[in-house]
Design a protein around this ligand. Structure first.
Ligand code: FA5
Length: 340
């Protein structure tokens, strides 16, 4: 009987080892423990043994059964673990990598910097959270100016500085004007300041966060014709040669005289259409730097003059590409962004 037990172990081991998939193992189980299986036949033979030999042989058969069951269990878990590994189909066609690109606002910023750098303007960066003094006070805006209204400007909870006042999220890039004068000290100044700005506004042409680019040029003998020439250079380079600008009288506290700058409409080329009504679209504000602002920056207004302008980047792009609603820029809809 001992030899038979050894033989059954050998045969069972061979069957278990040769199983390649779980189905093979199920078959091996039947061949070992099934109705006519190796173990079943072996166990039946126990009754043919003399009574005295039965307990010892019975124990051996039980040990054999346990060992075989253990082997089956191990093999089953190794086969199922292998089955759950991801299979790689090396014949499948490869997936093309999508190549992204800069957001259209970033593209416009890069282009704007390039155009103004050809005129000698250097890019500067000033705080987005700034003191009331730089955002308003130094720009000749009195304490009761409507731009300081809570509904227009985001105020930051901070200590009040005796000289600079409270802090705000800059509502425009003009906060860079006096900061740039303080940095350069002695003109000439040719600054381009591009930054995020914040106002409590939202509709087709307003977003609570938007970008402006601010130009500031200070030197001796600077006139409005320099300002107009600078705009024409920018618009022909940015929008194409068929677009021109015009200056329309306006009022800002920090420029005198002040203008709104219009560009000919891209849809009707200045003839007048539903979008622009009279052929012109507004781009931003501009003017000759107010003597009080030069003084705030400790620049002698009797010797130096300057011009400044501040345009919204989102609206400038919308005018180039005829986008009807600037809120699209920040909805992160890939179908919109992929078009640019
Ligand atoms: C100003 O912000 C002045 N600082 C511009 C300036 C600079 C004048 C230097 C003189 C000298 P204004 O509030 O008009 O001006 O804004 C300028 C431009 O910013 C607008 O024409 C528009 O293009 C853009 N803009 C203003 N508010 C928003 C907004 N909420 N969302 C998107 N663009 C805006």
């Amino acid at each position: 009987m001992d030899t038979q037990i050894k033989k059954v172990l050998e045969l069972a081991r061979a069957k278990i080892n040769s199983a390649k998939v779980v189905k093979d193992l199920d078959q091996a189980y039947i061949e070992i423990f099934g109705k006519d299986g190796l173990m079943t036949v072996l166990t039946k033979q126990l009754s043919n043994l003399p009574q005295k030999d039965r307990p010892k042989t019975g124990t051996l058969i039980n040990q054999l059964k346990k060992e075989i069951e253990e082997r089956l269990k191990k093999k089953r878990s190794s086969l199922t673990a292998r089955r759950s590994l991801p299979s790689i189909d090396i014949t499948a066609p490869g997936k093309k990598q999508e190549i992204g690109h800069l957001h259209l606002v970033s593209q416009a910023i890069e282009e704007t910097v390039k155009i103004f750098s050809r005129l000698g303007f250097s890019l500067q960066s000033y705080p987005e959270v700034d003191w009331d003094w730089y955002a308003f006070g130094s720009l000749n805006m009195p304490k009761n100016h409507p731009a300081r209204d809570d509904w227009e400007t985001f105020f930051v909870k901070s200590e009040i500085n005796p000289k600079y006042g409270s802090q705000v999220l800059t509502p425009h890039t003009s906060n860079g004007q006096v900061r740039e004068m303080e940095r350069v000290k002695i003109p000439p100044v040719r600054m381009l300041n591009i930054s995020r700005c914040y106002r409590r506004q939202i509709d087709v042409s307003h977003t609570p966060m938007f970008h402006q680019f601010e130009g500031l040029l200070i030197d001796e003998d600077v006139s409005i014709s320099h300002l107009k020439g600078t705009f024409d250079y920018f618009t022909t380079n940015f929008f194409g040669p068929s677009r021109t600008t015009r200056l329309r009288p306006h009022h800002f506290r920090f420029t005198e005289p002040s203008f709104e700058v219009d560009v000919t409409c891209g849809v009707c080329q200045g003839l007048g259409c539903r979008l622009c009504k009279a052929g012109w679209l507004e781009l931003g504000g501009a003017g000759m730097v107010h003597p009080k602002v030069l003084s705030a920056g400790e620049i002698d207004p009797t010797r130096y003059k300057g011009f400044a302008f501040g345009w919204g980047i989102e609206r400038t792009i919308a005018m180039k590409t005829n986008i009807p609603d600037i809120r699209f820029f920040y909805q992160n809809d890939i179908r919109f962004l992929e078009q640019f």
